[in-house]
Design a protein around this ligand. Structure first.
Ligand SMILES: CC(C)(COP(=O)(O)OP(=O)(O)OC[C@H]1O[C@@H](n2cnc3c(N)ncnc32)[C@H](O)[C@@H]1OP(=O)(O)O)[C@@H](O)C(=O)NCCC(=O)NCCS
Length: 180
């Protein structure tokens, strides 16, 4: 049985290893999305771990506070990864639906991400809602997607996306610094 629970500090080493395997240790730090996450904490209550029945970390998903240009406060979703031994069993989908539902319950209005539309489209993400928004770095535009949690929250949105999450405390040398 696979469970989805809030991420804890003890999950962090396994989460880092999973992300290195999924995206490449160096490559994942070069992503434009990373510019909106580095040195920040995830959005309050919106970091999740999927575990197998022994409690081992087999999936991860976080959301981050951003300002979506003229649309104001929103969330950036990612990275999402599922251990390759557990893929295609619906765990990525469960993480996505759980995270979106929790974000909605917390009153967030919109979620943005950079990812494959053929995957994220099934959760309602589309290109049209973010067409006039820009990211602070290079990105394949067809992979920049948005989802409104509140009706019309991205209507007419334009301008630059910027990070607005809580900074990691400077003296915090614990694993919480591993935020990518
Ligand atoms: C993408 C990922 C999270 C999906 O996790 P998962 O647990 O396998 O997802 P689900 O079981 O809910 O869905 C699997 C389905 O999505 C499809 N899928 C997976 N990645 C896809 C992609 N990039 N584009 C289109 N479809 C994709 C699978 O082919 C599968 O299709 P099927 O149901 O017709 O067999 C996982 O493949 C992964 O960790 N990949 C490496 C990291 C990554 O690419 N993350 C996403 C970018 S942030």
């Amino acid at each position: 049985m696979v469970t989805i629970t809030p991420e804890t500090a003890t999950d962090l080493p396994a989460r880092e290893a999973l992300l290195d395997r999924a995206f490449g240790k160096a490559e994942r730090r070069r992503k434009t999305s990373e510019r909106l996450r580095e040195n920040r904490l995830p959005a309050e209550g919106l970091a999740f771990t999927a575990r197998n029945r022994r409690g081992r970390v087999i999936g991860t998903l976080r959301l981050w506070d951003i300002t979506a240009g003229s649309a104001g406060p929103a969330l950036l979703l990612g990275p999402l990864a599922v251990d390759c031994a557990y893929q295609k069993r619906g765990i990525g989908g469960r993480l996505m639906r759980h995270a979106i539902e929790e974000a909605r319950k917390l009153g967030h209005k919109a979620v943005l991400l950079v990812g494959d539309e053929p995957y994220y489209g099934r959760f309602g993400f589309s290109r049209s809602s973010v067409e006039a928004l820009s990211l602070p770095g290079p990105v394949a535009l067809e992979r920049f997607l948005g989802l409104e949690l509140a009706a019309d929250s991205l209507a007419g949105a334009e301008g630059m996306i910027s990070a607005s999450g809580r900074m990691i405390p400077v003296n915090d040398d614990t694993a919480v610094r591993q935020t990518a």
